[in-house]
Ligand binder design. Sequence first.
Ligand SMILES: CC(C)(COP(=O)(O)OP(=O)(O)OC[C@H]1O[C@@H](n2cnc3c(N)ncnc32)[C@H](O)[C@@H]1OP(=O)(O)O)[C@@H](O)C(=O)NCCC(=O)NCCS
Length: 177
Amino acid sequence: MTTIIRRATPADAARVVDITRRNFTETFGHLYPPEDLAYFLDNSYSLDAHRTLLADDGYAIWLLERDGEALGHAVAGPAGLPHPDVAEGDGELKRLYILREAHNGGWGSKLFRTVLDWLERDGPRTLWIGVWSENLGAQRFYGRYGFERVGEYLFPVGNTNDHEFILRRPKAAAVRG
Ligand SMILES: CC(C)(COP(=O)(O)OP(=O)(O)OC[C@H]1O[C@@H](n2cnc3c(N)ncnc32)[C@H](O)[C@@H]1OP(=O)(O)O)[C@@H](O)C(=O)NCCC(=O)NCCS
């Protein structure tokens, strides 16, 4: 079995959308009425949206693949969370997902370190993450890298509003997990 992490290119747009939709549905699909889930996937996780992201140097997407099959993905880019301290130049982890069958094998940590290295490729900077308030496993995971809760907001999935926490790691607080 060969498992790799690689940066996705514009040619991977359809593959990225497919794993994105599978990752989100497996992790959170049970929380929403089917029509809210379908609306969210079609609008927020569309092929066009991902083609745009993959063509933009300010964003990066990675795929976790085992023997050529996508198992997970991560997305990073400029910070866009609704917090008054978010500043120009800050970075954000926008998504980090791995299929359940591959959890707890260290791949989440490897993928996250890849993202952190890219976000801080020009030196340390303040980083942000939005995480579902009840996703305690992910909060523990991010806490090991120095991210702390500094706010909250509502994230719409169709007509459902999720209660999300805003996590921040200040520029000087890099921790390698
Ligand atoms: C978060 C995630 C990427 C970690 O990947 P992983 O390969 O399991 O991570 P590692 O093996 O490197 O580390 C394991 C740690 O991940 C976290 N974790 C484990 N299972 C998890 C789950 N089902 N959901 C969220 N976090 C989880 C825990 O902190 C765990 O360590 P601990 O239980 O000993 O404290 C992965 O669990 C995942 O994709 N979860 C579902 C999607 C998700 O919640 N993404 C975050 C959205 S903001």
